[in-house]
Design a protein around this ligand. Structure first.
Ligand SMILES: Cc1ncc(COP(=O)(O)O)c(C=O)c1O
Ligand SMILES: Nc1c(O)cccc1C(=O)C[C@H](N)C(=O)O
Length: 421
């Protein structure tokens, strides 16, 4: 039996199933809808459906909207805001923020939920540039950062008369560019193409030594492994509700503003739902306490409700176990893929080093788009990213090591059909 055959032998599968039997998170899979005949490896794009969400949405629509109508904005049924009002929809963003905060090493009052990640990036860029020491004219980011991060910085800079330089450098050169010219860094902790994880704590410390403000994009981090923003001394952050937090398509994004900055980090998108007393209908904006000031318009109650229900999955999850499971899954995938990479034009672009790896594994392949299309037709749902990336996302809450084995079997089938390189 060749090494190649051994990796796909049933004995390998049974060894992985024994590992699954010892998995302290194995039971969490039961809390998700996972279609039969599919190995879903795209939770880094859209998380799977938590089974609690449909019932919650039905209740919000049928009872709260359908029966209670306008009374649902406040739990006491009125629409006038009284200090004693124990509000419901009105403070749903705050309840969701309180559930996200422990996942990112933040206090509840440092987190606001609403809008998209793109819009929240714009809010934080505006606030941070307004706070930055005069004379600092550089926004430092990665050349391969997610496009919307770059576009938001370009758009705001245009609005500000082009006074800033958007300096894009390769990830491994970032620290060398942390100088006193730089106003802020806008960095994504986990690269959406390669799954490479930056040293958030190390880069944040280096930036602070130079008086540089940090904005972290946690789209591929929050819910995938522990993040400790306050432990690192981060200033600002954003993240997606629909990836590893499993809030559903278009789920609201979150943002983080460290408490020490909230009085100086102006909410330039100063909407009425960020006012200290929205129904006062005052002519002047008075910011609400804490990060609530960065909530802008009427909360997207249906999407927020789905996210609120989805976040309950994390209530009994040890984030250290989550990270250990994620690394075990990605290690297993890389190991099983190794003999395929020796026979086919596959190049691993995700770091082997655990400290530099998020919760996805990516390979370059010259026909990546076509290969991924064939994999999806076989029920192996990863995704393709330009120019030539096969991307496989691993969600420790609902994946097993047996899933990894099945995925590699499917990849083997597609590649072997095409014949060895
Ligand atoms: C790193 C990163 N930032 C931001 C986004 C998207 O932001 P939005 O929620 O505004 O579409 C994504 C992908 O969805 C992403 O991967
Ligand atoms: N965010 C997405 C979306 O809103 C619709 C369709 C796909 C996506 C994505 O997967 C983008 C994602 N940020 C990425 O990592 O490429």
């Amino acid at each position: 039996m060749t090494v190649f055959d051994r990796l796909f032998a049933d004995s390998t599968l049974s060894q992985l199933q024994e590992k699954d039997a010892r998995d302290p998170l194995a039971h969490k899979r039961q809390e998700f809808k996972l279609p039969q005949g599919v190995v879903y490896l795209d939770g880094n794009s859209l998380g799977a459906l938590p089974l609690s969400v449909p019932a919650r949405l039905a209740h919000v629509a049928g009872e709260q909207w359908g029966e209670q109508l306008i009374r649902s904005w406040m739990a006491n049924g009125s629409t006038s805001v009284g200090a004693e009002a124990a509000q419901d929809w009105m403070n749903l963003p705050d309840r969701v923020a309180a559930k996200i905060a422990p996942l990112i090493g933040a206090h509840a009052h440092e987190v606001a939920v609403g809008d998209s990640t793109s819009v929240n990036i714009f809010k934080l860029l505006a606030a941070a540039l307004h706070m930055a020491p005069p004379g600092r004219r550089v926004i430092l980011t990665e050349a391969d950062n997610f496009p919307t991060d770059l576009y938001m910085a370009q758009g705001l800079n245009a609005l500000l008369g082009g006074r800033y330089e958007l300096r894009t450098v390769p990830g491994d050169e970032l620290e060398a560019h942390l100088t006193d010219e730089v106003a802020l860094t806008l960095l994504t902790e986990v690269d959406y193409r390669t799954g490479r994880k930056l040293d958030l704590a190390g880069l944040t410390a280096a930036a602070r030594r130079q008086g540089i403000l940090t904005i972290w994009d946690l789209a591929h981090s929050a819910g995938a492994f522990p993040v400790d923003l306050n432990g690192a001394g981060a200033d600002f952050a954003v993240g997606c509700g629909y990836k590893f937090l499993n809030g559903g398509p278009g789920a609201p994004s979150f943002l983080f503003v460290a408490a020490r900055h909230q009085d100086s980090a102006r909410a330039f998108l100063s909407g009425w739902m960020g006012h200290a007393d929205p129904f006062e209908m005052a002519r002047e904006f008075t910011p609400a306490p804490g990060a609530r000031r960065y909530v802008v318009g009427t909360p997207a109650v249906l999407s927020l409700s789905a996210l609120d229900a989805a976040l309950d999955v994390f209530a009994d999850v040890d984030l250290g176990q989550l990270r250990a499971k994620s690394l075990s899954l990605t290690d297993t995938f890389i190991e099983l893929m190794t003999p395929l990479a020796a026979r086919h034009p596959l190049t691993l672009v995700t770091p082997h080093n655990h400290d530099e790896r998020g919760s996805q594994v990516s390979y370059q392949h010259p026909q990546a788009r076509e290969v991924m299309q064939q994999l999806i037709e076989r029920g192996i749902l990863g995704d393709f990213r330009t120019p030539d990336i096969l991307r496989f996302g691993f969600t420790p809450l609902y994946h097993s090591h047996a899933d990894v084995w099945r995925a590699v079997q499917g990849i083997r089938g597609v590649l072997e059909e095409a014949g060895p390189a």
